[in-house]
Every structure is written in C-alpha cells, then in structure tokens.
Design a protein around this ligand. Structure first.
Ligand SMILES: [Zn+2]
Length: 271
C-alpha cells in the first residue's frame, strides 16, 4: 500500500514532467474507484495548465491554473509518466495527456484510489479540511501531540493512524517509529510523558525521511515505457518481523492484531 513516503516520491517523480504543461486530453477508462471519478472530468481539465504538484498526507494535488485535481493512490494505485502512444493495459484507468506528448497514467488494480476535481479552495474540501498537521512540518511537535493525546485512553498506535491528529502516518511507519522511540504501541496515548513524545515525534520524522530518501533511487522509473516501479524495499526494524530477533536486545519480536491491523513490537525495548 502506498504510504506517505511513496506518495512524496511519486510527487517528486512526476513533477518535472507535468509542471508547466497544458492538459490536452483526458481518457477515463474506469469511473468506479473508491468514489466515482468526477463526471465530465475531461471538460474540466482540458486546456488547464499544471502549475505545481503538492502533497497533503497521502493525497496528491495537481494545482491547475483553475481548479485542483485531487489524487489518492488507495491500496494499490500507481502513477507513471508514459509516452502518449503507450498502449494502456488492464487497470490503467485514467490518462491525462500533456502538451509535451507525455501522459500521466493512473493504474490501480484494487480501485480503492480516488481522482476528484475540486473547484475552489482545496483546503476546504471535506477530505482535507479536518486533516491534522503534516508529520514533517513544524506544526507537528511534542507540545502539539501532548495536547491532542491528553486524557486519551486509546492506544498510541491507533491515534497515530488517525489522520485528524497527524496526516498520513500509516501502520508500517507508526510501528517503526514507536519501536525507535521505545514506546509500547499498546500504551494508552494519554499516559505518555512529554519527553517520550519528543522522542516519538523525531522518530516519526526520521523513519519517514529515510524512506523518502530511499525512494529517491526509484525516481527514474517514473519515466519509462513500462512505468511500473515496485515501491522501494524499506529497511524495517519491526514491521513484518514477528518471531525474528530484536536488533537491539535479541528477544523475539511480537505481533498482535489490534483493530484489524497488526502491531509489531519488542516486549523488552518498548514500554
Ligand atoms: Zn528489544
């Protein structure tokens, strides 16, 4: 599943090919994504210029000279840049053709993604309006987190996945950051002190930044005939390593299902 670092890598990969280009055609082959692709999308996008591409949480925003196109990659979505003559294959649901004879192509086998037109201020859109601060931004800090977690009894992992508290931190990176900060993912969020929250904030930022850096090596793959980069393999310390030895203390890592999503942790290193 594409997480924030993959979305950021995608943003960096597609930007040089689409920024400043004018959209000259739009082909929608499949409207049924998580929400239906905005009806009449071609009429709204044609002749629009792409001014920039930004990211908010796991959403990409194509900022046009009029309006915004919001794209979410869902569970299995992928964007690539192809020559506009490249034949579409199964699950290539949408093409946005550009003046430079390239096309931005959206591929999504499971169709949990979204491609939505926003007229007006994108930050007021219902999907973005209530989103918490960006984890890599300065608004996300121990003081903020302390305020938001105060009195909360739910486990810290669940609250890190709540996009209203912090944007776009998925299960993999929540588990990794909690391990790095030495915090038990099952701990009630309101019972974590300020100093440990400082560690947690910097751990979240470190794991995301290093994944984004690792993704930098795949950037060239956004512009090739196949346009199907596998997402970079991440250096994971706990996620998916149940039963394997903790790299710090050697004890076997544990896995536990909580709220339909696995927790991975070390009972000795995380309290
Ligand atoms: Zn350990």
């Amino acid at each position: 599943m594409p997480e924030l670092p993959e979305v950021e890598t995608t943003r960096r990969g597609i930007t040089p090919h689409i920024s400043g280009q004018t959209i000259d055609r739009v082909i929608v082959r499949e409207h049924r994504l998580r929400w239906p692709v905005t009806p009449g999308l071609e009429g709204k996008l044609r002749h629009r210029r792409v001014d920039s591409v930004s990211r908010r949480g796991k959403y990409l925003l194509l900022n046009l000279d009029r309006g915004t196109l919001l794209i979410h990659l869902g569970m299995s979505g992928h964007l690539s840049i192809v020559d506009d003559s490249t034949v579409a294959v199964r699950h290539d649901h949408l093409d946005i053709g550009l003046g430079n004879r390239l096309a931005l192509r959206y591929h999504d086998p499971r169709r949990f993604g979204a491609v939505l037109w926003i007229d007006g201020d994108p930050w007021q859109h219902k999907l973005l309006r209530t989103m918490g601060p960006e984890p890599l931004g300065t608004d996300f800090n121990a003081e903020y987190l302390h305020g938001r977690l105060h009195g909360r009894r739910r486990n810290i992992r669940d609250l890190l996945l709540d996009g209203g508290i912090v944007a776009g931190v998925g299960n993999i990176y929540a588990n990794e950051a909690l391990y790095r900060a030495g915090i038990d993912p099952r701990r009630p969020a309101g019972r974590i002190g300020r100093t440990r929250l400082e560690k947690l904030v910097s751990a979240i930022q470190q794991v995301l930044r290093s994944a984004i850096e690792a993704g930098g090596t795949t950037l060239r793959d956004f512009r090739d005939s196949n346009g199907r980069p596998g997402y970079f393999s991440q250096q994971l310390s706990v996620y998916g390593r149940a039963g394997e030895p903790c790299r710090r203390c050697g004890s076997a890592l544990r896995q536990q299902m909580v709220g339909n999503r696995s927790l991975f942790y070390c009972t000795r290193c995380q309290r």
